[in-house]
Design a protein around this ligand. Structure first.
Ligand code: ADP
Ligand code: MG
Length: 716
């Protein structure tokens, strides 16, 4: 065992295989020794001969593997192998002679420890498929059978394993069983000491019956230790109501001379409609921002929420002054674990707060916005309460989420900038938000896989996940997680691990901030009782090209726009509409048609369609710029009329989601009008998007499988 003096080493193949066998994974029968002829005893041909050499990692590259040997060919093969392998610079210390496993398929299964996530597991098709096409799928251990099946289903090359192109179908059950033995609860990975950092089974031979690991590589890093979790004072279960509805708010760090974050925070409180007690804490000044101060938290009484913008080193001490308690301290100060050398300070802060029963939000955060609580951290924050609760690892992005979200019609329950999440974690927040009836959808912006892993743990414990959780990720780069000795290591970049974590946790992963907000809006406004029976969409609105683009956008998200039945089209034609309509779906009509009876015609058209079809979604798209600029004088508020029609239809149905797309002409007066229309639509129970793409991504999310409501363990 071992090659270089330090750095990763390999366990020899025969030992690795005996470990696999003990874990219930099939390996070829084989024997190791110097004299290949003596190894033949008890083995049945055809044979595979392999060179054993501590320095040889990729055996076949150096001529160290000979397959398909008959018994009388073994001696000669060994002689040649010794020569070629030594010519390649490796000394052959012994031979491994194995029975040859039947194919025809080869797959790769591997596992690598990721510092934040733990064991991540990969499955892929062997050979060129993994090397060139990188057709692999990842999962996070422990994996239960249905999750393993989902991983395998993700492989683009799966049809090849199922027997496409005339090959023999592979025993996929055996593959699932093998992965379960490796990565299932209590599987081999669970038993590995911390020094084993990678396991690569490349390849596994897969035939009509059985799965056999014919090569096994265990990478050992003698210096590796698994960091045991920080041994902090344990957290008691926390009631987060005081964070979202604080009655007494303390502010530490406001200045009498300058206007800093704490001063601004007080000013926001003074204008937000916050009705509780504001207690500025200042050691010297009598008043701050026109409010009487107390010299320390000792005189502040019981505080629900303290906004702390002191220099980092002073935070713990200042909080410890409290006599009657601080339930939550939002530490906006920086200089903690986000900077080199700040870890100790952060640990001390959390430890000291825990002893006191104070929960820390942050540090290195911006604040917590709560609409009902009337507390926020940006000027003129949107306090209209809604069902969208967001937890963000980025402070700056939480500002964008509030601003852009509210501009696109999102009403927030809360936005928590959780910063370094040294104490309260995103997972803990999710746990609480799942319990709040007023929260309809949770949005997470995460940058750390470790934090995502905690969310996975939460939702796969006995937790009922009864509402959608939407995930936006920062840092999905394609880089491999380490300079790897295996395909698994090389391919386990963050861009692979985030989707795996999201899939396993039932989180809806989105690609951009725009999509994040569109999906949150969609879930917040959608009628919760609607149950759809298809992925069909009816598109209705003005603009032929626009309808085509909309169809494409929907298709990109897996939604179809099927042609209406001839009877329905005939019924629509019978309405005696102005010319120029396409009535087959997309139902694209010119503005002049929409304006018939000042827009009341939309009711006839949509009702006729819905009388005989049951689409999952109706997208009504209106080019408001054209409709209102050209037809307002003659036909009045056509847009408003159609919005009301759509809202009425939404109220009447339990089987269809109605969405609106309202488009302008780029002029600011029209943008403003559209904003008003969107607010009106929202107040009537219909989400209005500004782009087809937004409607499509939101519709697809609404139609996606519901989040798992039971633990996958129960499926075993
Ligand atoms: P390497 O170190 O080059 O990865 P392997 O042990 O994987 O060496 O052997 C190379 C190839 O030989 C494998 O990819 C597989 O196709 C074939 N092979 C190796 N061992 C066996 C076996 N016992 N049965 C069938 N094929 C085998
Ligand atoms: Mg191999």
């Amino acid at each position: 065992m071992g090659s270089q003096a330090d750095g990763p080493r390999m366990i020899d193949e025969a030992t690795a295989k005996s470990i696999l066998a003990a874990a219930g994974i099939d390996v070829p029968a084989g024997r190791t020794g110097d004299d290949p002829e003596l190894l033949l005893a008890d083995l049945t041909g055809p044979f595979v001969l392999k060179a054993v050499s501590p320095t040889l990692i990729h055996k076949s590259d150096a001529g160290g593997v000979a397959v398909g040997l008959a018994a009388d060919e073994v001696r000669a093969a060994a002689k040649t192998m010794r020569e070629t392998v030594s010519a390649a610079g490796h000394e052959v210390s012994a031979f491994l002679l194995e029975e040859m496993a039947a194919g025809p398929h080869e797959v790769v299964v591997g596992a690598v420890r990721n510092p934040g996530v733990g064991w991540v597991v990969m499955v892929g098709l062997g050979g060129v498929f993994v090397e060139v096409l990188q057709d692999v799928a990842f999962g996070v251990a422990p994996l239960v059978r249905p999750q393993i099946v989902e991983m395998i289903d993700e492989l683009r090359g799966l049809p090849l394993l199922q027997g496409a192109r005339g090959s023999e179908p592979a025993d996929l059950d055996a593959l699932v069983g093998l992965i379960e033995a490796l990565a299932g609860p209590g599987g081999l990975l669970d038993l590995m000491p911390p020094q084993v950092t990678e396991i690569d089974l490349n390849p596994i031979k897969l035939g009509a019956r059985g799965a056999v690991a014919v090569d096994a590589r265990f990478v050992v890093d003698p210096t590796a230790t698994v960091t045991t979790d920080r041994a902090l004072t344990p957290v008691p279960p926390t009631d987060f109501s005081a964070l979202f509805q604080p009655k007494a708010v303390a502010v530490l760090g406001a200045s009498t001379r300058a206007v800093n974050a704490a001063n601004l925070f007080v000013r926001h409180l003074q204008t937000s409609g916050f009705s509780g007690r504001i207690v500025p804490v200042h050691p010297k000044a009598d008043e701050v921002e026109g409010i009487a101060t107390v010299p320390s938290l000792a005189d502040a009484g019981a505080i629900d929420y303290a906004f702390v913008a002191l220099p980092g080193a002073k935070v713990a001490e200042a909080l410890s002054q409290s006599v009657d308690g601080v339930a939550f301290a939002q530490v906006v100060s920086s200089g903690f674990a986000e900077v080199a050398g700040g870890e100790q300070l952060e640990r001390e802060l959390v430890e000291s707060a825990r002893r006191q029963g104070t929960r820390i939000i942050g540090p290195n955060s911006l604040g917590t916005h709560t609409s009902r609580g009337g507390v926020g951290f940006i000027p003129n924050a949107p306090y209209e309460p809604g069902g969208v609760a967001v937890v963000s690892q980025s402070g700056g992005l939480s500002v964008d989420i509030l601003r852009l979200g509210s501009a696109s019609g999102v009403h927030f329950h809360s936005v928590t900038s959780i910063g370094n999440s040294a104490d309260v974690t995103p997972a803990e927040m999710v746990g609480h938000l799942l319990d709040l009836p007023e929260v309809r959808v949770i949005g997470l912006y995460l940058e750390s896989l470790e934090r995502a892993r905690e969310v996975l743990e939460l939702v796969t414990s006995d937790r009922l996940v009864t509402k959608p959780v939407v995930l936006l990720v920062g840092g999905r780069s394609a880089e491999g997680s380490r300079a790897a000795a295996s395909h698994t290591g090389a391919l386990s970049g963050n861009h692979r691990l985030w989707p795996a974590l999201a899939r396993q946790a039932g989180l809806r992963l989105v690609d951009s901030l725009d999509d994040f907000l569109s999906v949150l809006l969609g879930f917040d406004v959608a009628k919760p009782s609607v149950r759809v029976s298809s992925r069909d969409v009816v598109l209705f609105g003005n603009g032929g090209g626009a309808s085509v683009l909309a169809t494409d956008a929907l298709a990109r998200h897996g939604l179809v726009t099927p042609t209406l039945a001839p009877e329905v089209v005939a019924a629509l034609e019978a309405f005696d509409l102005p010319p120029g309509n396409g009535l087959t779906n997309p139902v694209d009509v010119p503005a002049g048609t929409l304006a018939v009876r000042s827009g009341a015609v939309a009711d006839d058209i949509l009702r006729t369609i819905l009388a005989s079809t049951e689409p999952a979604v109706v997208v009504t798209h209106l080019n408001v710029g054209i409709i209102q600029r050209n037809l307002e004088e003659t036909h009045g508020d056509v847009t408003g009329r159609i919005i009301e029609t759509v809202a009425r239809l939404q109220a009447e149905t339990e089987t269809t989601h109605h969405l609106l797309v309202l488009k302008g002409d780029g002029k600011s007066d029209m943008e403003e009008r559209i904003g008003e229309y969107a607010r009106r639509a929202r107040s009537l129970g219909v989400a209005a998007h500004r782009q087809f793409e937004a409607a499509a991504v939101s519709a697809a999310a609404l139609l996606a499988e519901p989040a798992p409501t039971t633990s996958p363990q129960e499926n075993l």
